[in-house]
Design a protein around this ligand. Sequence first.
Ligand code: ADP
Ligand code: MG
Length: 417
Amino acid sequence: MTTTEAAPGSTGAGSISGAEIRLEDVTKRYPGQEAAAVDGLSLVIPAGEIVMFVGPSGCGKTTSLKMINRLIEPTSGAIHIGDNDVRQQSADELRRTIGYVIQGGSLFPHMTVAKNIAIVPKLLGWDDDRIRSRVDELLELVSLDPGKYRDRYPRELSGGQQQRVGVARGLAADPPVILMDEPFGAVDPITRVRLQDELLSIQRELRKTIVCVTHDIDEAIKLGDRILILQEGAQVGQYDTPEAVLASPANDFVADFVGAGSSLKQLSLSRISEIELRRPTTARIGERTDEVKRRAESNGDRAVVVLDEHDRPTAWPWLRQLKGETIHAGEQDLVNLDSRATLNDALDTMLTNSHGGAVVTGDRDAYLGVVDFTSVTDFMRAQQEAVERDHQAEVPAESNPEDEHVEEVTSDDGSTR
Ligand code: ADP
Ligand code: MG
């Protein structure tokens, strides 16, 4: 489908493979209900971006999402993906070209992981070899070892692993558009952060158009290139970047929804990638331990980061913990931070280990460096000072206690500003 040029200012690594989605005056009335569930929603979702639909329960997020792949038929209005009107394709055909990921992954319990992922490629008539290599590629992408997981059944996986397979399945036929409905709602908080980071890292490579529903404003701020804040009847409260929504909520509803702790929320806006990382001594699996120790000592390091042959960190031992002749992978799973993780996530992770820091990884979990408390607090202080400088430079705004924009900003027009 449509491939568009990279948006100005975008920093993604891959070229955009997503397609633009346009909703024009889309309405959904459920039979027997007076109020429309979605009432005249208009919206442009740019190709290659993640747009988060966020809002309170019942405001019409799921209905809006499902109209895009016609799991729900709009009562009126038009939806285009790239140059195609979704009504011109059969609903079945359409769903094969749109990835769909829901809470828990919704895997078929009687099918193996590989079979679950292969559902759409099979429907599309791919040959067995192509399907097999695609399945393995996707399992790698969602950080599941293909050899270990492809033949397992869903019940043999943790919730987080099932969700990963669900994401792999959504990506299977390389669709330009992925729809996600509360995808990480059912997993524990630590797993959720990892899955979010993985999604960001996958997106950095693939640049799909992803529309993702959540009721969690922090998740929306973290994942979204843009956030659509919906009020009752899918009325647009605000449609903008997370920065803009936090800095200037369009009305009282948005301000309330975003919450009072917005300076703390700034922590969710800043990414590890903005911070300068430390580069302590690294060691390769199989290297001689005494040489590694010597190297670390001459660098003044008391710990080393152990890397495997793909540059992925596997352990972060203190020198005194290094035993045996050669370096090995380590026994415990090292909790790494993706460079797209927020400072909020970073603080969480740092609090759970003895180093007071965290190992940071980039694409495909490759090692980038180490972040510690000092670098985070220094960064935050510098940001705070910058904000205060800006405030002092600003001409004092005229006082405007009653917000009079409410009427205007709740209009149907949610198109890009
Ligand atoms: P959200 O995902 O934001 O929680 P939904 O899109 O599921 O909201 O629902 C929006 C509104 O439409 C709600 O008032 C809900 O009760 C109603 N609704 C959703 N699905 C149906 C349905 N199948 N039949 C009737 N009403 C529905
Ligand atoms: Mg919903």
